[in-house]
Design a protein around this ligand. Structure first.
Ligand SMILES: Nc1ncnc2c1ncn2[C@@H]1O[C@H](COP(=O)(O)OP(=O)(O)O)[C@@H](O)[C@H]1O
Ligand SMILES: [Mg+2]
Length: 245
């Protein structure tokens, strides 16, 4: 169980997140939705300790999450990554295994099996043949698959994906949902920020709708009501509501 209690975050004098609480059981895949600037990415970053929370507790298995960050994989928005960083696909995924190596980095601890784990992660997402390419030479979908392979190779228990479907092709989208289902069946916890309010929402066990504060938490029918959508998105969403009904 991942528990987030009374999380609040402000950047200088701007409140980005106010009093957000939720709990997620193992084996659940949860979508986090809400308009641009709603604080979705900030919630992820604060849970992971990447930005300071002004209040709140994050616990995993009843213990402080920040003492167990090795159990967490975080895939940031693709636009937040420096794709000019000189590393190959293989190297980028191997980085996920760093914590399984000793302090010299390049001497493997016994029992690591790093190469075979990285290889099977690359094969799982269908980019094994791209392993020697620089990450900056890849398409959006291929870059997202590198991230996904990295999250798999990390063997994390909690996985946070920030807008993994932005700028990816349909085939990659299918691969991502396929891997998500597999991770779910391994009792992992997945949180996914998404902008897609269409039929893809059926893939999730639960939705968290937020705009600074948590507006609704539950299954699709509970969360996607015109009242909730209006509260989250304001009047700008009239067109979108038509699509939903
Ligand atoms: N590093 C930062 N410094 C100052 N303000 C920020 C920073 N990051 C985000 N914000 C602000 O916090 C709010 C929430 O941003 P964000 O979490 O990125 O929203 P979302 O991911 O839902 O689009 C926005 O108003 C944004 O402008
Ligand atoms: Mg964001």
């Amino acid at each position: 169980m991942l528990e987030v209690e009374h999380l609040a975050v402000s950047y200088h004098d701007v409140n980005a997140v106010e009093d957000v609480s939720f709990a997620i059981a193992s084996g659940q895949m949860v979508a986090v939705i809400g308009p641009n600037g709603a604080g979705k990415s900030t919630v992820f970053k604060a849970i992971l300790g990447l930005v300071p929370a002004s209040s709140g507790h994050m616990r995993y298995r009843s213990r402080s999450l920040h003492r167990q960050l090795r159990t967490v994989a975080y895939v940031p928005q693709r636009s937040q990554v420096d794709w000019d960083f000189p590393v190959t696909v293989w190297g980028a995924v191997m980085m996920a295994r760093t914590r399984h190596r000793n302090w010299l980095g390049w001497i493997k601890k016994s029992g690591c099996h790093c190469e075979s784990i990285v290889k099977s992660a690359l094969q799982r997402v269908g980019i094994w043949e791209l392993r020697d390419r620089q990450i900056g030479e890849l398409s959006g979908g291929q870059q997202q698959r590198v991230f996904l392979a990295r999250a798999i190779a990390q063997e994390a228990e909690l996985l946070f994906f920030d807008e993994p479907f932005v700028g990816v092709d349909k085939k990659t989208e299918a691969v991502i949902f396929d891997v998500f289902a597999e991770l779910k069946s391994q009792s992992k916890i997945l949180l996914v920020i998404t902008h897609d309010l269409g039929s893809n929402l059926d893939n999730y066990d639960r939705l968290l709708l937020m705009n600074k504060e948590l507006i609704a938490d539950g299954d699709r029918d509970t969360v996607i009501t015109s009242q909730n959508i209006k509260r989250a998105y304001g009047d700008s969403v009239i067109l979108m509501q038509k699509e939903l009904t």
